[in-house]
Design a protein around this ligand. Sequence first.
Ligand code: UTP
Length: 288
Amino acid sequence: MPAAGLGTRFLPATKATPKEMLPVVDKPAIQYVVEEAVTAGLSDVLMVTGRNKRPLEDHFDRNYELEQVLRDKGDAAKLARVEESSDLATMHYVRQGDPRGLGHAVLCAAPHVGDQPFAVLLGDDLIDPRDPLLARMIEVQEQYGGSVIALLEVDPDHIHLYGAAAARPTGDDDVVHVSDLVEKPSAEEAPSNLAIIGRYVLDPGVFEVLRKTRPGRGGEIQLTDALQALASDESLGGPVHGVVFKGRRYDTGDRGDYLRAIVRLACEREDLGPDFRAWLRSYVTEEM
Ligand code: UTP
């Protein structure tokens, strides 16, 4: 899980806090992502961190003092919430040093991953737990080999915000064969309106490609550029397929979407939802 970006869209909140720690209702965004990995059967998590790594490490570690205070108070519910994040998965951390791009962050994981397929989950993308995407991607990787990316059909006017895939159908409705990828194309350059979102199951061959990938757009080593090389030459790490995701996804790296994610998830919560929905309804009808 790469979490070493600068999060500049959320300044000043991210001046001293990683954006992955921003709360979505009452949990940091990254906890949803770790929970998603664990649900898909992946409980060994390597987080690629940067300069503000302490809050991330502390969040997934025990906090004995807080636990003791809650135990003394007999507050079992809050104690369970505190313990939940430290019991989730086996956590490992590696430092990226300079944030030289997502591709470079993924390359930092090479010694930990070794020679087996692995998943990359971006903390910016929240996938609704009711719409399991990662488990399906793992299944597709086992079936087709190579690498699997997650694709979402977006409005052509928005494709310039994403990587876009040139794809053709396979025998599976939700799976496409990817022959080319372009990072943040204009609407005219885009090979389709299938946008890459932040879930990947990759062949370890991607590491060798990343070592040779020169900085691209924005002077950063782009994961999309390495995947583009894989897609155009199957001898590097097998084919590249895409799972076309139709479920609910929230892009919490964008401020507007972050707010929408909080409102939607809060509305759906059993404990907060009824009151919050009633307030929201009157706010919208009376104030707007
Ligand atoms: P983004 O480009 O969305 O992250 O990278 P950012 O640079 O932190 O965001 P803004 O645009 O400045 O607000 C996508 C993911 O890749 C990680 C980020 O932490 C995020 O999860 N990343 C990005 C790294 O780990 N290292 C990098 O060098 C760049």
